[in-house]
Design a binder for this molecule. Structure first.
Ligand code: AHN
Ligand code: ZN
Length: 333
């Protein structure tokens, strides 16, 4: 008898407790997290791999247009991107430099998920400066360009490797521009306007992909130097401040805020770089992640000297930039 009663009692208690659970008042809408979208899992950027991609470029020799090293490096980059599953396209042309030199240039274009309409464009220049005009020695000899030329490509090739393992929700285009660094040599008299960035200028005036409309562009230029500083560059802020804020706040969020700086003002530094022509000629809001002094706008001591070799490349910088840009890309949907 007692046992039966206790079973009934327990049954009632369970029934009530369940009922109680069910009849709890529904949380007011204001209290509920509104459509909480989970952050996507961003793969881990491998700085050793990026470093190796820079080493490979430097091992070709200076990638100066019209040289064997330049031609060989172009083939290697295209094959590498193709092997990572991109649809590749090489835009070839002859452009004229400030001094009349005819440059055989190649813009390397790699499309990941080309069928997707929502896309972003990541770019860097891959050529190296034909002279070391800011050095005191061997000024007429070309530089290794480990940072200026090598680093942006190295970081983007590692990202391409990551895309081959886990594809982002959106489409991504990697564009490696040629003939960026053939601007007028220091002390040279003859000059022309728009003497830098000949590859991106050619691309802007001769669009290789019809109706190409990525949401925005991110340029990586000198993203491997030790103790690099990336200020909010003037033209980036002028044309695409929302992208600057997105990238800089992402860097801070994932712990790389120590590389990404505010500029002293909106005037410094203003850099004429490939992003300038992508903005002006293609109307794609684009920013430049470029290592220069946030106060003066000056580039590092290594700039356009023979010191721009593997010795100044720091994997921590490669990681900070690579992981930040990957985080931005993988969070897009
Ligand atoms: C000018 O100095 C006008 N532009 C710098 C762009 C550059 C050269 N980036 C790397 N090398
Ligand atoms: Zn340069």
């Amino acid at each position: 008898m007692g046992k039966k009663l206790s079973i009934i009692l327990v049954g009632f208690l369970l029934l009530f407790s369940c009922k109680d659970e069910e009849s709890r008042p529904i949380k007011p809408a204001t209290d509920a997290k509104p459509t909480e979208i989970k952050r996507a899992q961003t793969p881990v950027f491998n700085q050793d791999s990026a470093y190796q991609f820079i080493q490979t470029q430097v091992d070709f020799g200076p990638r100066v247009p019209n040289t064997k090293a330049h031609a060989n490096c172009a083939i290697w980059m295209e094959n590498t991107l193709k092997n990572y599953g991109a649809k590749t396209l090489v835009q070839e042309a002859v452009v004229t430099a400030f001094n009349g030199d005819k440059l055989n240039m190649k813009n390397i274009i790699a499309q990941f998920s080309p069928e997707k309409t929502k896309r972003v464009m990541l770019f860097a220049h891959w050529d190296t400066r034909p002279v070391a005009d800011k050095d005191t020695e061997r000024k007429s000899e070309p530089i290794d360009g480990a940072n200026d030329g090598g680093s942006g490509v190295g970081v983007l090739l590692e990202m391409a490797r990551q895309f081959s393992i886990k594809q982002p929700s959106i489409g991504v285009d990697i564009i490696l521009f040629d003939a960026e660094d053939y601007g007028a040599f220091e002390g040279s008299i003859s000059s022309m306007p728009n003497d830098w960035c000949l590859g991106s200028q050619y691309w802007g005036k001769n669009p290789p992909i019809p109706n190409y409309r990525p949401k925005y562009g991110i340029l990586l230029d000198m993203v491997g130097g030790k103790n690099a500083q990336f200020p909010k560059e003037y033209h980036s802020m002028l044309y695409a401040s929302h992208i600057v804020e997105k990238v800089w706040s992402t860097a801070k969020l994932i712990g790389y805020g120590n590389f990404f700086f505010e500029s002293r003002s909106n005037n410094y530094p203003g850099v004429i770089d490939d992003h300038y022509y992508v903005n002006e000629l293609a109307n794609i809001p684009s920013i430049d992640i470029i290592d220069c002094n946030p106060n003066t706008g000056k580039f590092g001591e290594y700039h356009h000297t023979h010191a721009d070799n593997m010795g100044i490349i720091d994997k921590n910088t490669l990681k900070a930039v690579g992981q930040t840009v990957m985080e931005v890309v993988y969070q897009e949907r």
